[in-house]
Design a protein around this ligand. Structure first.
Ligand code: PGA
Length: 245
């Protein structure tokens, strides 16, 4: 019987519409409710649809809500941005920060850390993404790349955040590192942040490989992009995540 809770974070990125968000939230929550296993699932739809997701869920929903990003400041003249407190106000308990797609648009490690701190100040649990680029991977530079991104995170309260290890070259690419490589990266992250750190894997996770990845003892769960969009494939992931280790 599975005892350690496993995490599934569904990151919809800039996809979907209000009707799809409502239907997905309702159906996936029902699928979760039917599971006895201690699974923790977080739905991160586009921010504009968080209210739709919340409205589709019962008061005691097992499916939790998260934002895809937040601003580092509490409030102010930041056109187009969303604060962590605004996400909390719409029912979020989590927010992804430092996703490689946000890092590509300018978020540096200091910004990611500041966003994580803003999330914590608003009562949210940040899901901090990090991972090596293809060139790092090709040149045996994975650990050094991780070290650069981990450097400022020691100041965050232990246990207050989740880490999502996402090799950039695996995101949306239909390729993943070998299980031994995933284990090595997770072990390295825990050697820096402490063995109690919760580390998830992300990058081309789908129903066909989730069982193997989630069976690795170092892997506390998965952050899923493309394969989370359809209700059926998300439900297959839920089933895969609830098998015994
Ligand atoms: P993917 O995306 O599952 O589509 O590879 C993961 C992510 O970007 O977090």
């Amino acid at each position: 019987m599975q005892t350690t809770p496993r995490w599934l974070i569904a990151n919809w990125k800039m996809n979907g519409d209000a009707a799809a968000v409502r239907a997905w939230a309702f159906a996936v929550n029902q699928a979760l409710a039917a599971q006895a296993a201690p699974l923790r699932a977080v739905f991160c739809p586009p921010a504009i649809y968080l209210g739709d997701a919340g409205a589709a869920l019962p008061a005691n929903a097992r499916l939790m809500l998260g934002g895809q990003d937040c601003h580092r400041e509490e409030k102010g003249a930041f056109t187009g941005e969303t604060s962590a407190a605004m996400l909390a106000d719409k029912g979020c308990r989590f927010v992804i920060v430092g996703h490689s797609e946000c890092r590509r648009s300018g978020d540096c490690d200091a910004t990611v850390r500041a966003k994580a701190q803003a999330a914590l100040a608003a009562g949210l649990t940040p899901i901090i993404c990090l991972g090596e680029a293809q060139a790092d991977y090709d040149n045996a530079g994975t650990q050094a790349a991780l070290d650069r991104q981990l450097a400022g995170l020691g100041a965050l309260p232990a246990g207050g955040y989740l880490i999502a290890y996402e090799p950039l070259w695996a995101i949306g690419a239909n390729r993943t590192p070998a299980p031994t490589e995933i284990q090595a990266a997770h072990r390295h992250i825990k050697s820096v942040l402490g063995s109690s750190a919760t580390v998830l894997y992300g990058g081309s996770v789908h129903a066909g490989n989730a069982r193997e990845i989630l069976a690795l003892p170092e892997v506390a769960g998965a952050l899923i992009g493309g394969a989370s969009l359809e209700i059926a494939s998300m439900c297959a992931l839920i089933t895969g995540a609830t098998t015994t280790r």
